[in-house]
Design a protein around this ligand. Structure first.
Ligand code: ARG
Length: 274
């Protein structure tokens, strides 16, 4: 029997999803190569998996914003406070007002980042599940200058981590805090100092460093809902390793979204962050 959790996620149907510009290495060679019918089937499968275990709400997709499916980048949410993203690339800045409207219409307090502070929301900022701490990545899409704004708004301790591999351009592509305080991550995506910071703050028995082959299938881009860890694809080592930690890995192919540099976690935004 699948257990329903109190979690709530925001998703955006892939109506207009496509690769129509290149803003990350995964998109290279994939311009207009999306099979939209297949993308819809894959998105729907993820939606169904999450609906079995949580509540999913939807935001209306917009023509001209093909990456709007990646709701993780809408902003950062905790309680009623929503910090709207400032996208690094103009191609995605069109999404900002739609997300601002969605959250404003539903009674959230919407805060804007200063214009000159790029910050890509829950793609680059992830709450720890056992400590009152927010992990925030900078180096590709978000800037370290965002730290002060986030601390001011939420009064949370922000731990900045520097990303150094272009393929892992958002924190959620290489780092995933799990319920119960465990962490899966891909260490080479971070600079040496950030790796040390992670090792210092998360004891080794709680850390699971994943293989490059799994990292390249975006195994860290996981939706952890209850004991389930939902991913695009993962190898035996990953499935067994997480099994030992008490989690069940649920695999659901998301190849069409990988062509745009996204996977399970990017396609969702947690709305019940306490
Ligand atoms: N094509 C999108 C971009 O480059 C993919 C976003 C993936 N989102 C994420 N949270 N990693 O912005």
């Amino acid at each position: 029997m699948i257990k329903k959790t109190p979690h709530v996620y925001l998703m955006c149907p892939p109506e207009y999803f496509d690769v129509s510009y290149i803003i990350n290495p995964w998109m290279h060679g994939n311009m207009r190569k999306i099979d939209n019918a297949l993308a819809k089937v894959q998105w729907r499968a993820l939606y169904d998996i999450l609906c079995d275990r949580a509540t999913v709400r939807l935001v209306l997709p917009q023509p001209g914003s093909p990456d709007m499916v990646f709701t993780a980048n809408a902003g950062l949410l905790r309680g009623k406070k929503f910090l709207l993203s400032r996208f690094r690339f103009p191609e995605r800045q069109y999404e900002e007002p739609y997300y601002a409207d969605w959250f404003m219409d539903r009674g959230f307090d919407v805060t804007y980042m200063p214009r000159d502070v790029p910050f890509e929301g829950a793609g680059d900022a992830l709450f720890d599940r056992s400590a009152d701490r927010l992990w925030m990545a900078y180096g590709h899409r978000s800037v370290i200058g965002a730290v002060g704004e986030i601390e001011k708004l939420y009064g949370v301790n922000v731990v900045p981590l520097k990303l150094v591999d272009q393929r892992f351009y958002h924190l959620d592509t290489c780092f995933c805090p799990l319920e119960g305080g465990k962490l899966i991550y891909y260490p080479p995506a971070f600079d040496a100092e950030s790796q040390k910071t992670i090792e210092k703050l998360v004891p080794s028995h709680r850390r699971f460093a994943i293989a490059e082959s799994d990292a390249l299938q975006f195994a860290c881009n996981a939706v952890n809902v209850g004991k389930a860890v939902v991913v695009n694809r993962a190898g035996k080592g990953f499935v067994e390793g997480l099994g030992k930690l008490g989690y069940e890995v649920v695999q659901t192919p998301l190849s069409e979204f990988m062509k745009a540099g996204g996977s399970a976690k990017c396609l969702t935004l947690r709305l019940d962050e306490k």
